[in-house]
Design a protein around this ligand. Structure first.
Ligand SMILES: N[C@@H](CCC(=O)N[C@@H](CS)C(=O)NCC(=O)O)C(=O)O
Length: 222
């Protein structure tokens, strides 16, 4: 029995999406964020990390979106529809690289950006100009530059490939999707410079399993 604990607007959307692609039966429990934009404490009763996603497999809680996806692929994707086989070396390398890149490289600056936005929002009026100025410095020196390099890498990959792992859609696209949505938030990505990336985003959103995931888990909004 699979039981997914999903926090609104979060990485657990990835797991709903993969479960829908796999067409597997599961129980879904949705949680709202608290006033501090964090997960409710009740998630800590399921796993000490208290983060989303948590997938309970026969009562055993699994965490880390990348690990949960690999677990689901191993047990439910017997025909390897969503992961290249080991003997397709180039697709396997692309798949594995982008799976890791999403969480290890793209998400940290996006989370940092979110944290600084919240700090500015919550600063008392008198301190706001100072917190805004710190936010700007961090954006310029640590976030923007790094994200630009990463976005250019993604755009180059999608110039030559329909999906992140090559010709076929895979779980690497699901893992990367949230990162790209995060990077596209606010003013949005340049439509000319990142045309391939934005077209890929549309292709993801057109998948029937993606639409079902939005119906069940809500739309991602950053
Ligand atoms: N690396 C973990 C990150 C898990 C994580 O930070 N989840 C966020 C949601 S996107 C969360 O639960 N935040 C709420 C909180 O920290 O209270 C993964 O990929 O699953």
């Amino acid at each position: 029995m699979l039981h997914l604990h999903h926090l609104e607007n979060s990485r657990s959307f990835r797991i709903i999406w993969l479960l829908e692609e796999l067409n597997v039966d599961y129980k879904l429990t949705c949680y709202e964020r608290n006033k501090a934009h964090l997960a409710p404490d009740s998630l800590k009763e399921i796993h000490p990390l208290g983060h989303a996603p948590i997938l309970e497999v026969d009562g055993r809680p699994l965490v880390e979106s990348g690990f949960i996806m690999e677990y689901l692929l191993k047990h439910y994707d017997k025909e390897q529809q969503f992961k290249p086989s080991d003997d397709n070396e180039s697709a396997w390398e692309d798949y594995t690289f982008w799976m890791h890149f999403a969480e290890a490289s793209v998400m940290p600056p996006l989370v940092m950006r979110l944290v600084f936005t919240k700090v500015v929002e919550k600063s008392p009026m008198l301190v706001k100009p100072i917190s805004k100025s710190i936010q700007k410095q961090v954006e310029n020196s640590m976030i923007d530059k790094n994200l630009k390099i990463m976005l250019n890498m993604m755009e180059r990959q999608l110039q030559d490939n329909h999906w992140f792992a090559g010709t076929d859609f895979s779980a690497a696209d699901i893992q990367m999707h949230l990162a790209v949505v995060g990077a596209n938030a606010g003013e949005g990505l340049d439509k000319v410079k990142y045309a391939n990336l934005l077209n890929w985003l549309k292709r993801c959103q057109e998948r029937p399993a993606f639409k079902l995931s939005e119906e069940k888990g809500g739309r991602l909004q950053f």
